[in-house]
Write a protein that binds this ligand. Structure first.
Ligand SMILES: NC(=O)c1ccc[n+]([C@@H]2O[C@H](COP(=O)([O-])OP(=O)(O)OC[C@H]3O[C@@H](n4cnc5c(N)ncnc54)[C@H](OP(=O)(O)O)[C@@H]3O)[C@@H](O)[C@H]2O)c1
Length: 285
């Protein structure tokens, strides 16, 4: 049995789908039963509880031999992830797969990457087998651009002159399935990128070529983005951390891709063009 957390979110949801599609028994820990309804339809066992609740986490881990730790970024994330790791050890979990990020390098001052570094360290010291899944910028971040693409043919992001290597969550989920089912991936860290490094203007060109009209990248000032995040009600810690993350990415004007997805999956990572084709309905009027 594999326990998957964050399964009502983007990556965890894709991981649940991927594992269920391969008839791998899963249990998901959800804090909102209504949001978990679709997961039940996949055949997942549902454990209900907040990841901050130690008793609920321990209960959810009962009988699990593997676990996938995925969580939204938040002020308490490190505390919760450390507690989850300790509960997994106590429950006899043999292999813990953690979703981290490629930007999480030792010594970083940025809160989200620093949290991932510390959580990874705690897992490595736990005595369990582990695999760190460290993707860079998700291609699915462009889902948020659907509204402006439809309204004004623009991708508006606070990413300055960033060069990114958009990485498809579907590839990430497939990598996670393979690392869970082949011991060759134990105690390994995988930096995952998409197939090519692109400026945001180049990424917009990919949208243009598939959608058949010109899509432009508009660099939103980070301070404007901060106002939007505050207006939608994000807690202050998260607003600051997300803006810091965007500044980190925005300052990164070169990017080295990795061949890890090709190595693990035996095929090329999914391109931005393919992503747009697969989601064309949400970008067309
Ligand atoms: N975005 C990127 O480009 C990128 C790139 C690399 C790595 N990452 C990493 O990916 C992770 C986020 O993954 P995602 O984008 O798939 O997240 P997401 O879509 O925001 O989903 C987060 C999930 O965590 C769950 N969750 C949060 N707090 C919880 C709690 N206290 N108890 C139970 N469940 C809780 C949410 O449950 P609810 O549905 O109930 O809220 C949801 O299922 C972050 O750690 C981030 O650093 C992101």
């Amino acid at each position: 049995m594999i326990l998957v957390t964050g399964a009502t979110g983007k990556t965890g949801g894709q991981v649940a789908k991927e594992l269920a599609a391969h008839n791998i028994p899963i249990r998901v820990l959800v804090r909102n039963v209504d949001k978990g309804a679709g997961l039940k339809d996949l055949g997942a066992e549902i454990a209900v509880g907040d990841m901050a609740d130690k008793a609920a986490v321990s209960e959810a881990l009962k009988g699990a031999d593997k676990a996938v730790l995925i969580m939204a970024n938040g002020e308490d994330q490190l505390t919760i992830e450390k507690q989850f790791t300790d509960c997994a050890v106590a429950a006899g979990v043999k292999h813990l797969v953690k979703l981290s990020s490629m930007e999480s390098t030792k010594g970083t001052a940025k809160p989200i990457p620093a949290m991932h570094v510390a959580s990874e360290e705690h897992i490595r010291a736990s005595g369990m087998n582990w695999t760190m899944i460290r993707p860079t910028f998700f291609t699915q971040n462009f889902l948020n651009a659907a509204r402006t693409i439809k309204a004004s043919d623009e991708i508006v992001l606070a990413l300055g002159n960033a060069v990114v290597a958009p990485t498809d969550i579907r590839d990430v989920a497939e990598v996670i399935r393979l690392v869970l089912t082949d011991d060759a991936h134990l105690n390994t860290s995988y930096n995952l990128t998409g197939p090519e490094a692109l400026s945001l203007a180049q990424a917009a060109e990919k949208f243009s070529s598939v959608l058949g009209r010109e899509i432009r990248y508009v660099a939103q000032p980070v301070e404007e983005f901060r106002k939007v995040l505050t207006q939608v009600g994000l807690p202050e810690w998260r607003v600051n951390a997300v803006c810091d993350e965007f500044k980190l990415l925005g300052d990164k004007t070169s990017m080295q891709t990795t061949d890890t997805i090709q190595q693990v999956l035996g095929r090329s990572p999914t391109s931005v063009e393919q992503f747009v084709k697969d989601h064309i309905d949400i970008y067309q009027g």
